[in-house]
Design a protein around this ligand. Sequence first.
Ligand code: UD1
Length: 370
Amino acid sequence: MKIVTVIGARPQFIKAAVVSGKLCRVGKEILVHTGQHYDRNMSDIFFEELGLTPPDYHLGVGAGSHARQTADIMTGTEEILLKEKPDFALVYGDTNSTLAAALAASKLLIPIIHIEAGLRSFNRAMPEEQNRILTDHISSILFCPTDTAVANLAEENIKSNVYQVGDVMCDAVLCYADQVRHMDSACFKEKLACLFPWKGDLSRWYLATVHRAENTGDICQIGTVLEALEELDAPVIFPVHPRIRAYVERLHKECGYRNLCFVEPLGYLEMLFFISGSIKVITDSGGLQKEAFILQKNVVTLRKQTEWVETLAGNHNILCSIRKEDIIHAIYDTDITLEFDQNVFGDGNAAERICKVLCTLSDGKRKFFE
Ligand code: UD1
């Protein structure tokens, strides 16, 4: 079996790192990097840290409007698919790279494997929600991380070739968090000392990130989040996504925040270290919400909905609007009512199960476009 895998954004590098290593048992994988994320800290660092093989093709599409980015990825992927003639195209998640590659494959009648299928926020204004729905509806094999995702697909009448295998991101967290625990913590401590130059208490911090389009469109929203974080009772480590870099620089110049440690986007291992040691995580990222939950940290999510509804049980994840008082209240005044449900995202063997299913397909020569 020959599979062309298309990835392009930060979370996809992490997911591919756990799946790609195992795919060689199923067949030959050709890896395509679309270049949607291209800064070193948003891309190369993940290949190096997680041992992901360098891509066979790099489309170098870079930044652009949604249509431009999607179109460039489609044409680039189409060329590769025509040349490689794979049995399947494999995509992850909900980014523009996911949808564009899926569309290119679908038109060439190449069956699509979608990993992380069935997630829904039920907010069609989100580009990611549009990408998810469209990709699921043209996919042939759908690997869901949770029972909720399977139920969401059933509601949309997608019922065949749907497999609940657990979450590949959970595989990654469990595997690499263990690695981080066994690493010499000196390198992380050094980083902490640089982050907290006032040499205060280096043992307590919050971790915060913001990058979603709905929260980053105007500088006032980002300013509100930063104002709330500035008032917290411990420093806040804030890796700055390139999407908001210019706004953060401007606000910092005007307001001179003293409680916020702005850093370049962190590598995955550093991120796991900083989540594990944090008091709480404040974010609008889908992946980070879940990583925190798996590492048993409470989260405040700066959104109206979450696809990962399982994290809401027991108030481990609180959804919060972008209002200063609401953010501070959500961080301080939430009663946790339940223990963390350890297994809700799987047992760390999702990639293994995916490969088992794919092995049965390669034996069976099924037809997907009839
Ligand atoms: C994308 C995904 C989102 C995912 C996130 C992970 C879509 C629609 N959204 O959002 O689902 O959670 O990635 O981070 O695909 N930029 C750089 N350097 C980079 C990458 C981006 O400067 O390495 C800038 C570009 O100017 C771009 C902006 O950041 O305009 C936003 O990048 P984009 O590719 O639109 O998506 P993300 O916001 O990262």
